[in-house]
Design a protein around this ligand. Structure first.
Ligand code: SF4
Length: 316
């Protein structure tokens, strides 16, 4: 097999194209994605698609929402930019509409919320987390209109491209719906990021790699890879507590992530390689609480293999 060489355009010392390097390449400064909770709900919880939500989702929303009435989007952005600017951690910001399904509202409501974020100083774009079955043509056209003027990502939490798995985790949509949404959103200025979970119950390593291979062949510019977490208050957490499911070891997770990185295109931005947060409701696996140790273990494994992102990538 002819291997693809390590690209020089990353301009980093890593063995994958991390988000920090991407921002520097693209904007020549540090950029931070500010998480925003704009008060959305989710059609997989309110009965429109299903009730109960995805089995791994706690359905609580952000810490901010749990603390009481949500500040406005503008206020959330101002607090975030002040915090990161003061500490010299970023010069520009992306408003990341993160909590629940951030396209699940009438068009005019979406326009007001997105405009509110973009009106704040040094906000250069949006990142909008959503579901593939929650993107009507008019909403997509609205997002495209922002992407023509700003830096805009659409983030799809797909987790797996195996319908059997999607059904078992109660995603409420299938893989075909996701692929169709990606095709509809692509080909223009919108950038697409996909979230996958490694270690979902019943999936073999080969099946996880099949998902990665399929994503590698789609017009997707970014990916977030998470380990499966068992959280208190979730259906999956309950199954874990009853001993019905096992979670991956750190070694298996690290090896699988490295396998995935090898087959993804070198241009795909790796936005995340670990799951984090959830301290209050975290159950397991214990190793996932030490994010830095996981990232270091991934770096070590890539070095041990002398491997890098895209090394085994094959253009279709
Ligand atoms: S689609 Fe997202 S917000 Fe809705 S239930 Fe699933 S994980 Fe939770």
């Amino acid at each position: 097999m002819t291997l693809v060489g390590k690209p020089t355009f990353w301009n980093n010392r890593k063995r994958y194209y991390d988000l920090k390097s991407y921002w520097i390449n693209r904007f020549d400064c540090r950029v931070y994605k500010l998480p925003i909770d704009a008060g959305f709900t989710c059609p997989n919880r309110d009965g429109r698609v299903a009730t109960g939500g995805c089995t791994y989702c706690d359905g609580q929303g952000s810490a901010l929402r749990q603390a009481g009435a949500l500040p406005s989007v503008g206020e959330q952005v101002r607090r975030g930019t002040a915090f990161y600017r003061e500490r010299g951690k970023a010069q520009k910001f992306i408003a990341y509409f993160q909590t629940f399904t951030n396209t699940y509202a009438p068009l005019e409501t979406l326009r007001v919320l997105y405009d509110e974020a973009l009106a704040e100083e040094d906000v250069i774009g949006l990142s909008i987390g959503t579901r593939p079955d929650c993107l009507p043509d008019k909403t997509l056209a609205l997002i495209r209109s922002y992407a023509e003027r700003h830096h805009v990502w659409l983030e799809f939490g797909i987790q797996s491209l195996h319908d059997r798995t999607l059904q078992s985790i109660n995603r409420g949509h299938n893989a075909a719906t996701f692929c169709e949404a990606v095709q509809r959103a692509s080909g223009g200025p919108i950038l697409i990021c996909v979230h996958i979970i490694v270690g979902l119950p019943g999936e073999s390593r080969e099946e996880i790699l099949e998902t990665a291979r399929e994503i590698a062949g789609l017009p997707v510019q970014g990916i977030k890879i998470h380990s499966l977490l068992a959280l208190r208050g979730t259906a999956l957490g309950e199954r874990y507590a009853k001993g019905e499911i096992a979670l991956m070891t750190r070694e298996a997770y690290v090896e699988t992530v490295c396998d995935i990185l090898e087959i993804l295109p070198p241009e795909m931005v790796i936005q995340r390689l670990t799951a984090d947060g959830y301290r209050d409701i975290f159950l397991a696996p214990a190793w996932a609480e030490n994010k830095l140790a996981v990232l270091n273990a991934i770096d070590r494994e890539l070095s041990r293999r002398d491997a890098w992102q895209g090394m085994k990538w094959r253009k279709a």
